[in-house]
Write a protein that binds this ligand. Structure first.
Ligand code: ATP
Ligand code: MG
Length: 213
């Protein structure tokens, strides 16, 4: 019976209550975020791992490198899989004075497999990576597709983890690859999984310059 009178007041009350509940929720949220900001007081480089079967790992890593370059930071890339010679990222970043761009030498491609040459190429590329990891001039390092070298047994994950841990404190490192060795994930600060929900390739679209390479 009382449902029928003062409907307007009722809904005003409800609106007020909702508004105050909303304000409370927002205040709680803000407190949590403020606490997190206060807790995040370390200033140091991070190790970021991008893994998973979806498209976007290497392109995200190169995007992050562009961000670092915008701040004048010295950067280096090692691409551990030699696929196409002239990728867009190579053509673009290799020109830039702030970037040292290395593509792993002779041997590794999907077409011709020669395990001994591949192992040697991987180890040479990793020796270079260790030099970069010991050089505090570099602010940002990208080891693109490094994970395959571990998966194939050409490189030792523990040795890689040791060099990563010993790097200069300010150095940021990104590592990409569909799967990632446990030893590397264990010491990563950020890990993102790119999930493959759909890919144009499976719709029959050819790989194209500017998107795939
Ligand atoms: P990108 O370099 O485009 O960011 P990625 O680094 O995440 O891709 P990789 O596993 O390195 O992916 O594969 C490299 C190439 O394979 C790219 O040309 C990409 O478009 C393509 N690719 C990535 N994921 C898929 C997929 N799920 N199906 C088909 N092709 C893919
Ligand atoms: Mg990639």
């Amino acid at each position: 019976m009382s449902q029928h009178h003062s409907d307007d007041n009722h809904s005003d009350d409800n609106t007020d209550q909702e508004a105050s509940r909303y304000q409370q929720r927002m205040a709680t949220k803000k407190r949590i975020v403020d606490e997190r900001i206060a807790n995040a007081d370390q200033e140091r480089g991070v190790l970021i791992v991008l893994k998973g079967n979806g498209k976007g790992k290497s392109s995200s890593a190169f995007g992050t490198m562009a961000r670092a370059m915008g701040h004048g930071q010295r950067c280096a890339v090692i691409q551990f899989i030699k696929g196409r010679r002239a990728t867009g990222e190579y053509l673009f970043f290799n020109e830039h004075p702030q970037v040292d761009f290395h593509v792993m030498g002779h041997g590794f491609s999907w077409e011709v497999r020669d395990p001994e040459r591949e192992r040697q190429a991987a180890q040479e590329a990793w020796a270079l990576a260790e030099r970069l990891l010991a050089d505090d001039q570099y602010h940002f390092l990208l080891f693109d597709e490094l994970s395959y070298m571990i998966k194939y047994g050409y490189l030792d994950a523990e040795q890689i983890a040791r060099a990563l841990k010993a790097r200069p404190a300010h150095q940021n490192v990104m590592i990409t690859g569909r799967t990632m060795a446990r030893e590397i994930q264990d010491i990563a600060d950020t890990i993102s999984i790119i999930h493959d929900e759909r890919h144009a390739f499976r719709l029959g679209v050819k790989a194209q310059a500017g998107i795939e390479y």
